[in-house]
Design a protein around this ligand. Sequence first.
Ligand SMILES: CC(C)(COP(=O)(O)OP(=O)(O)OC[C@H]1O[C@@H](n2cnc3c(N)ncnc32)[C@H](O)[C@@H]1OP(=O)(O)O)[C@@H](O)C(=O)NCCC(=O)NCCS
Length: 162
Amino acid sequence: MEQTQVAVRRSRTADLEGFDAFVAGLSLETSTRRFFTPTPRLARRQARLLLANDRNRGAFLAEEGSRVVGHGCWVAVSPTAAELAMVVADGAQRHGIGRRLMRAVARDLSDAGLGTVEMVVQPDNRAIVALIGRAWPSARARTEDGLLTFVTPLAGQESAAA
Ligand SMILES: CC(C)(COP(=O)(O)OP(=O)(O)OC[C@H]1O[C@@H](n2cnc3c(N)ncnc32)[C@H](O)[C@@H]1OP(=O)(O)O)[C@@H](O)C(=O)NCCC(=O)NCCS
């Protein structure tokens, strides 16, 4: 897949069906990396929340034509920090979509006045650990309940996600 065929845009309520199909199509490994438990289907309420855009959260989709191939979102966890999460369809990985989603989501939470980003990842998740390392070289991780939480201030780092 050529990266140029993929558009990244803010999500809308009307994306629910396409988003459900995207989640249903994820491999067990990819969905577990994202949701920390195999998740072939999201509860309707959770899916709506993951697509919502308001004062405390933002969400973006990557689309190839009308097919959802990626999702990234942030949710405020304090007055100054937000947690960022994302997932790319198995067949679309390693084409730069994760990096584009990360950039869009980070810019959005920064525009919302939140200066610090957090990401919670499995320690053996080489893909996201490498992506974080490239985007935010000064990010530091702490271990909690067997998961790594990367924390980084965004100031001066956003362009590094390019
Ligand atoms: C993490 C994830 C979103 C990355 O998406 P992606 O579209 O494949 O990432 P990109 O193509 O933008 O890769 C950007 C960089 O990340 C690193 N990277 C991505 N996948 C990698 C892999 N499998 N192994 C090592 N490094 C990897 C590389 O540095 C890569 O740059 P390069 O291709 O020039 O070497 C994707 O692997 C995924 O959906 N994983 C499952 C969900 C998940 O782990 N989410 C994170 C927790 S919320």
